[in-house]
Design a protein around this ligand. Structure first.
Ligand SMILES: Nc1nc2c(ncn2[C@@H]2O[C@H](COP(=O)(O)OP(=O)(O)OP(=O)(O)O)[C@@H](O)[C@H]2O)c(=O)[nH]1
Length: 96
């Protein structure tokens, strides 16, 4: 069975980044998930002023932790993908 953890962040709601980071950190530090691939989705990029991918990485404390799309760190596979669920775009590549 394929296991993966996904964490959806509202990229438009910057005031709640800290809360979202706290939730993500709890999962990232959970030993039982230590080798589980993590997909972090930055949602609502159809809204102007939504955070960019770099901003999201920064605020989530992920700068330097992700490998770059297409490269997989087998010890801790983790990547950020920006998406818009209402526009049905972006998340498919992440799950792939
Ligand atoms: N513009 C836009 N709106 C979205 C998108 N995805 C979801 N929404 C809208 O966001 C609203 C609800 O989303 P949230 O408030 O983020 O979800 P929630 O799970 O209720 O919120 P929290 O658990 O409090 O974070 C609904 O009105 C959705 O239509 C998107 O990609 N773009």
């Amino acid at each position: 069975m394929c296991r993966c953890c996904s964490h959806l962040v509202d990229a438009y709601d910057k005031e709640r980044f800290a809360e979202s980071k706290k939730e993500l950190d709890a999962l990232l530090y959970d030993e039982s998930l230590a080798t589980v691939p993590f997909l972090i989705l930055g949602n609502k990029i159809d809204i102007p002023y939504a955070a960019s991918e770099d901003e999201l990485r920064h605020f989530m404390g992920l700068t330097g932790l992700t490998m770059g799309k297409g490269k997989v760190n087998l010890e801790r596979p983790l990547e950020v993908f920006m998406c818009s669920i209402v526009r049905k775009m972006g998340y498919g590549d992440g799950f792939k």
